[in-house]
Design a protein around this ligand. Structure first.
Ligand SMILES: [Zn+2]
Length: 135
């Protein structure tokens, strides 16, 4: 896997509503997003297992994040806590994202490609060096 996965890579050309319809929740609730966006709460993107994801603030779920829409809709709880509205995702700026991905893609094992917002790109490079990652 030579990329850090996003919503668009996993579901090319699909909307959040279309993806939600493919993923009935455990309660068989297939309610789509309402179309409304609320400003609170928000979620913050991070990288885990070579995927850009965010944890749902309402349940134990997590979803790939969209760098195109910067909106979050949980296929588990359907954002029911905010009447199925989208919530906003805090994403790194383009240049920072590219540097993060550059450092992580040096790691041959996709399972250890992880980044959290408190980490700098220098931190990732130090981790790479400490674990013998070359490049
Ligand atoms: Zn949820």
């Amino acid at each position: 896997m030579e990329f850090i996965d996003t919503f668009e890579m996993r579901f090319p050309g699909m909307s959040h509503a279309e993806v939600a319809a493919l993923n009935p929740s455990p309660t068989r609730n297939i309610a789509p997003p309402s179309g409304v966006t609320v400003d609170a709460p928000t979620v913050t993107a991070f990288v885990d297992g070579s995927r850009w994801i965010a944890r749902c603030p309402f349940c134990a779920g997590a979803e790939r994040v969209s760098f195109e829409t910067a909106l979050f809709f949980c296929c588990g709880c359907r954002n029911q806590a905010v009447d199925r509205a989208y919530i906003r995702v805090t994403l790194p700026a383009k240049t920072k994202r590219e540097k993060i991905e550059g450092a992580l893609l040096k790691r041959p094992d996709w399972r250890v490609r992880a980044w959290f917002p408190h980490e700098s790109v220098a931190d990732l490079e130090k981790q790479n060096k400490a674990h013998g990652v070359v490049g």
